[in-house]
Design a protein around this ligand. Structure first.
Ligand SMILES: C[S@@+](CC[C@H](N)C(=O)[O-])C[C@H]1O[C@@H](n2cnc3c(N)ncnc32)[C@H](O)[C@@H]1O
Length: 197
């Protein structure tokens, strides 16, 4: 597989990529979707030939699609609880013809992390403690769910083998098990690269 130069134009700047989506989704981009630069840097760290990367809460697919485009030998999976966002992610993935990107419509608590090799996490559960800053009001959001989802991810990450890679963008370091060592911390401390010891 190689980079499709015809589609390169979408990855030139964030507004070019966001233009693939309806206006409502474009307006959410700055707060809720990973910037292209962050997706590229993160995917370089997470990728390896034939390995499987999971985006925990994939939204409209901006991380997975960008990562899958620039890292064609790695498989990127995104799990998303909102059906309308999952549908949009599928649609743009098909437009850009990326066979190494897969989206799953489900709640993160139904996925076994052992099926994957590395993980990307953009503070997906924040809407449960700050609902007014959320995407919409289509899903339940409350502090009990924040704890439930955070604890699930924590336990799943902790049981992964030594050498497992994780990238977090924003969010609290309290969400990450102490078994993960911080390897890099950039972009005003928002972008963190971790490795399971
Ligand atoms: C901040 S957005 C990030 C989207 C994507 N990772 C990106 O960077 O472009 C977080 C997403 O996680 C989803 N999400 C939140 N809790 C979830 C859960 N328990 N299971 C699956 N998806 C969830 C939200 O619906 C939202 O689309």
């Amino acid at each position: 597989m190689h980079i499709d130069s015809l589609n390169l134009v979408y990855f030139d700047k964030d507004t070019s990529f966001d233009y693939l989506y309806p206006k409502r989704i474009q307006n959410l981009s700055e707060r809720h979707w990973t910037p292209l630069e962050i997706a590229k840097k993160s995917s370089e760290y997470l990728s390896a030939p034939n390995s499987k990367v999971l985006d925990i809460g994939s939204g409209v697919g901006k991380f997975c699609i960008t990562a899958g485009f620039f890292e064609p030998e790695t498989l990127f999976y995104g799990v998303e609880q909102r059906k309308d966002l999952f549908n949009l992610a599928e649609s743009v993935k098909n437009t850009l013809d990326l066979p190494n990107v897969k989206f799953i419509h489900n709640n993160i608590t139904n996925l076994d992390f052992e099926l994957f090799d590395s993980f990307y996490f953009f503070n997906s559960f924040y809407e449960n403690i700050m609902p007014d800053l959320g995407i919409d009001h289509k899903v339940a959001a409350n502090s009990e769910l924040y704890s439930h989802y955070t604890n699930y991810v924590y336990q799943q990450l902790d049981q992964m083998p030594s050498g497992t890679r994780l990238v977090t963008y924003h969010g609290s370091i309290k969400q990450i098990p102490s078994s993960y060592k911080l390897i890099d911390n950039t972009h005003h401390f928002a972008l963190k690269m971790w490795m399971r010891e």
